[in-house]
Design a protein around this ligand. Structure first.
Ligand SMILES: *[C@@H]1O[C@H](CO)[C@@H](O)[C@H](O)[C@H]1NC(C)=O
Ligand SMILES: *[C@@H]1O[C@H](CO)[C@@H](O)[C@H](O)[C@H]1NC(C)=O
Ligand SMILES: *[C@@H]1O[C@H](CO)[C@@H](O)[C@H](O)[C@H]1NC(C)=O
Ligand SMILES: *[C@@H]1O[C@H](CO)[C@@H](O)[C@H](O)[C@H]1NC(C)=O
Length: 299
């Protein structure tokens, strides 16, 4: 019953607790390494790994911050979507609240959740009457199956995102990546989407959930159609972007377009090579951050 990928430290414990550790899917990316290019999770960021499990299958991976009650990044395999966005219910992760809990995410009940859940993660109430939306890192529109889409609706995969970003330039980015990968990626497409915190003076939603200053995303598609149109020449095998989540941010990382529609003004997304993104991540996190194994090299 113990899957062979359970981490070695589990085996020094008695059978029952070893099973629980592995069952919880928290603390180790081993059960879901297949969502990372070359089974290599991004390096340089510290947090709590979660293998996101829904209906008993691992769907994607999240590096979660308990202190921020929000994710550093989510990593997933892109699959060409078909059909409409589901009206899925938002879920939480019982295993963050109870070490022995089942590893499957479960929908929020209609009644208030208990204090252990409230302490360990963001809950529905945090977002009610706020000026932020629940911004998916791993978006439902990058998935084919209904269940993979539904699994993205967990608050450990969401950050407080301004509507001007979520319904504007950031959504356009998600759609552009969808179209580009659907048209020119021939094999697997690995995507990692994360956040950049404020340099100083963290902002909090309801004094509980950390608000990111920027969101970033990068894909890696090692096997692609080499007959790329001119405008996509630099976008394979890997490409990245950073999006503003605060109108008032300075413009060094992402300049502001003066011609954007009023409700989207100040929430621009800037496309850039992976290397440029990693330079900004290094600056802000104060450590070398590597998103993909060997920068998604083709060999
Ligand atoms: C949200 O705002 C409405 C209108 O001001 C108020 O009636 C409601 O109680 C608020 N809900 C929460 C959960 O704060
Ligand atoms: C994603 O790309 C597929 C394939 O091109 C397309 O059929 C679908 O409409 C796109 N979805 C969105 C939301 O853009
Ligand atoms: C690659 O793209 C070209 C031009 O867009 C197209 O004609 C060709 O069929 C594609 N090849 C593959 C293997 O998809
Ligand atoms: C942006 O700055 C203006 C003026 O200083 C201030 O009123 C507003 O609250 C700020 N907005 C955010 C999201 O911090």
């Amino acid at each position: 019953m113990t899957p062979p990928h359970c981490h070695a430290s589990a085996f020094v414990l008695v059978w029952a607790s070893a099973w629980l550790l592995c069952g919880a899917d928290v603390g180790d990316f081993a059960p879901c390494l297949q969502v990372f290019h070359r089974s290599w999770p991004p390096k340089g960021l510290a947090g709590t790994p979660i293998c996101q499990r829904y209906n008993n299958q691992h769907r994607f991976a999240t590096l979660y911050s308990r202190a921020r009650r929000s994710p550093w990044f989510s990593a997933y395999l892109y699959t060409t979507p078909a059909g409409r966005r589901p009206s899925a219910s938002w879920k939480f992760e019982p295993q963050l609240a109870y070490p022995g809990a089942d590893g499957n995410m479960i929908p929020f009940p209609p009644h208030p959740v208990d204090q252990n859940v409230v302490d360990s993660q963001a809950v529905q109430l945090d977002y009610i009457n706020s000026t932020f939306t629940r911004g998916h890192l791993n978006p439902s529109l990058h998935h084919q199956s209904r269940e993979d889409r539904s699994a993205t609706f967990t608050l450990t995969n969401a950050v407080p995102q301004k509507p001007g970003s979520n319904d504007g330039p950031w959504e356009v980015l998600e759609q552009t990546v969808n179209k580009t990968l659907a048209a020119y990626c021939l094999g697997e497409a690995y995507i990692v989407t994360g956040i950049i915190p404020y340099h100083s003076g963290e902002r909090w939603l309801k004094n509980r959930v950390a608000v990111p200053e920027y969101m970033w995303s990068a894909y890696c598609c090692p096997d692609y159609n080499a007959s790329l149109p001119e405008e996509l020449r630099d976008t394979f095998p890997t490409y990245a972007a950073v999006g503003r989540n605060d109108r008032n941010s300075t413009e060094e990382i992402v300049p502001v377009s003066k011609v954007a529609k009023k409700q989207f003004r100040g929430y621009d997304v800037r496309r850039m090579p992976l290397e440029t993104l990693e330079t900004y991540l290094k600056e802000r996190f104060g450590s070398v951050v590597s998103v993909f194994y060997e920068q998604c090299s083709e060999s």
